[in-house]
Design a protein around this ligand. Structure first.
Ligand SMILES: [Zn+2]
Length: 159
């Protein structure tokens, strides 16, 4: 399973809390559920993910979590098929605004396209919100297709 912004944040938060059991308790979910989120086998609910970001940001502040190491390459943030985008120019590549080698959730990113800055945690929270809307749209489309198929089957049964 490909690492996403979401699975990566969950992993880092679990480490900072002292294990997935501890993080599951913080989020008030069964450990097995959390582990499916961490492995990417199940989609993390938005509310839980935002809570994880919040915890992770405070762990970065108190030193329990190390900020993300960056090596100077352009950064992109992926969740499913979506990439985090600059709100001004729609660009998808960012660099730490202060040129630091480690990036906290409270740190600023600069868009490589237009120079607009955005707080790392905010960018990811917005991406998670977009990802939820995107997956709802996909589910709705699938339900419509299944619905259409059921009608065809039903017509056959009538004969
Ligand atoms: Zn931009």
């Amino acid at each position: 399973m490909k690492e996403t912004v979401c699975t990566q944040a969950l992993k880092r938060a679990a480490e900072a809390e002292g294990g997935s059991a501890a993080l599951a308790q913080v989020l008030r979910v069964p450990q097995g559920t959390l582990e499916r989120w961490i492995s990417g086998r199940a989609q993390t609910p938005l509310r839980a993910f935002l809570k994880v970001l919040e915890r992770l940001a405070s762990h970065e502040m108190n030193g329990a979590a190390a900020p993300l190491a960056v090596n100077g390459d352009p950064l992109t943030f992926a969740m499913g098929k979506l990439l985090a985008r600059c709100s001004r120019c729609d660009g998808t590549e960012f660099t730490p605004a202060d040129g630091a080698a480690a990036l906290k959730l409270t740190g600023e990113l600069r868009c490589r396209g237009c120079g607009e800055t955005v707080v790392h945690g905010d960018l990811i929270a917005r991406l998670a919100q977009d990802a939820v809307q995107y997956s709802h749209a996909m589910t709705a489309a699938r339900t419509r297709r299944l619905g259409a198929r059921n009608i065809t089957t039903a017509k056959k049964d009538e004969r």
